[in-house]
Design a binder for this molecule. Structure first.
Ligand code: AHR
Length: 500
């Protein structure tokens, strides 16, 4: 048995947590939309064909915002294909996922789904095959109350009130050669800056997100952010980060340390923002929108025999339907802890994605919906982080272990969130085989309110169609005596303990 100790001082400097940290992402990809959120004829479908069993799970997950419609998909998307009478909408090729897009769901339908899911809609514009004019058209359609051709078209299409979309992504992963219409940092920065300034001429309330790097290991990482920020500084509010993690080295302790990479990624992007602020002699606070993050076995996807036949364009094929283990869920919980720890810089984030596609929620056409293991740490973290919560980073005194990818890493990670009444600590034990005693000094709190987490004798256990409740939340014994919280963390576990 090892030991870890730390102190939580709620009066120590701490950052307010933006509720948009608990956002997610729905792309026209695979079965994310069709047979995911939308399946007319399903026994659980509502009057608009949305699956109510999925809506119930989305609400339980506690998602606050949803980014839409992509992802790679957006970079060749024509938004106007998805509005107006459904029967006359075109069927288009989606080159990014080699699929046929029927356009049954578009902006107006998806906004209605967001209302039913009680989430804020966040939109991305196409800066791959399109540009300023189409972004302005979409903004006019979405946000202008009426009196112009496109805003009146929205009213005529059955949405009298504007969608009032606040957050807009200026393209998607424009640094990646896989992106339809990808660009150099210089080209993208100029286009994104011009687009942002033009969009603000229509609606000055917007919060605009410029594309950062697709992942930290991109050869252009760092230089890309600097160049793009130099071109767009005056006109945008946030820069994006994207990161996906997997056990690519087949080294569980190293995989469990993935949040260390996310910590460093955020620190480096924050440093780049500060560098450009200095160059600009500016005190403007540009935030980070971590608008794609998750565990995703990208290598497995890339090795798959993908469809590229010119006569084969399936609608809603099964793509990226990763099945998550307990170990994956522990990493997801740790990644959320990294986002909370950086709440002073990260203003929004999106778990990628929401349903069926690398998702916490799975569905079967005509069949049930169920929670993947990754559902649990997200739902608990979102629920226990109240609207007035502040993040308190903590220094954990714990044994370390060596990893190839991340260097020396503590066996236990912890972060705390506090509000006037509660202190909640989130903890991870990264040891594959050793339980760890934790002792945390929590100033000003006397009772454990809740102590739950995810672990299993088999860290590879998962929930499947045939065994949908194999893995769930467990209660972890925890005591708080004279301000000292104690608990024993099982191997490979993520835990949340709320005290009052
Ligand atoms: O989320 C899956 C894909 O990952 C997105 O379409 C893209 O933006 C990223 O590379």
């Amino acid at each position: 048995m090892s030991e870890a100790r730390f102190v939580v001082d709620p009066s120590a400097g701490s950052a307010p947590i933006d509720r948009r940290l608990f956002g997610s992402f729905v792309e026209h990809l695979g079965r994310g939309i069709y047979t995911g959120i939308h399946e007319p004829g399903h026994p659980a479908a509502d009057d608009l064909g949305f699956r109510q069993d999925v809506l119930d799970l989305v609400r339980e997950l506690g998602v606050t915002t949803v980014r839409y419609p992509g992802g790679n998909f957006v970079s060749s998307y024509r938004w106007e294909d998805g509005v107006g009478p459904v029967e006359s909408r075109p069927r288009r090729l989606d080159p990014s996922w080699h699929s046929l897009e029927p356009n049954t769901i578009g902006l107006d339908e998806f906004a209605r789904w967001c209302t039913r899911a009680n989430v804020e809609l966040m939109l991305a514009v196409n800066l791959g095959t399109r540009g300023i004019e189409e972004a302005l058209d979409l903004l006019e359609y979405a946000n202008v109350p009426g009196g112009s051709t496109l805003s009146d078209a929205r009213v005529a299409n059955g949405t009298p009130e504007p969608h009032a979309v606040r957050m807009w992504c200026l393209g998607n992963e424009m640094d990646g050669t896989w992106q339809t219409g990808h660009r150099s940092a210089e080209d993208y920065g100029v286009l994104a800056g011009r687009t942002a300034r033009a969009m603000r001429q229509i609606d000055e309330r917007l919060e605009l997100v410029v594309c950062g790097s697709s992942f930290r290991a991109m050869p252009t990482f760092g230089a890309w952010e600097r160049t793009v920020l130099e071109h767009t500084w005056d006109a945008i509010d946030h820069i994006s980060c994207h990161a996906y993690y997997s056990d690519k080295s087949h080294d569980l302790p190293e995989f469990l340390a993935s949040p260390v990479d996310m910590d460093r990624f955020i620190d480096e992007v924050a440093a780049t923002i500060d560098h450009v602020a200095a160059l600009k002699r500016s005190d403007k606070k540009i935030g980070i929108s971590f608008d794609e993050w998750n565990v995703w076995d990208v290598e497995r996807y890339e090795q798959q025999d993908k469809r590229h036949d010119i006569d084969d364009w399936p609608i809603a094929p099964r793509l990226l339907e990763d099945s998550y283990t307990v170990a994956d869920a522990v990493v997801v919980g740790g990644l959320l802890m990294s986002l909370l720890r950086h709440a002073d810089r990260v203003r929004a984030a999106s778990l990628a994605q929401l349903v069926n596609v690398i998702a916490p929620i799975m569905t079967e056409p005509g069949g049930p919906a169920w929670r993947q293991t990754s559902f649990f740490p997200f739902a608990v973290t979102a629920r226990l982080t109240g609207p007035d919560a502040r993040a308190v980073p903590v220094m954990v005194d714990a044994p370390h272990y060596d990893t190839t990818a991340h260097g020396s890493v503590p066996l236990v990670d912890a972060v705390a969130v506090v509000d006037d009444e509660t202190t909640t600590v989130f903890l991870v034990n990264r040891s594959p085989d050793t339980a760890i005693d934790v002792a945390a000094e929590l100033r000003g709190r006397g009772t454990v309110v809740e102590s739950v987490g995810i672990w299993d004798a088999d860290p590879m256990a998962r929930n499947t169609l045939d065994d949908r409740e194999r893995v769930g939340l467990q209660q972890l014994p925890a005591t708080l005596t004279d301000g000292m919280l104690t608990a024993t963390l099982p191997p490979v576990c993520w835990v949340a303990i709320q005290t009052r």
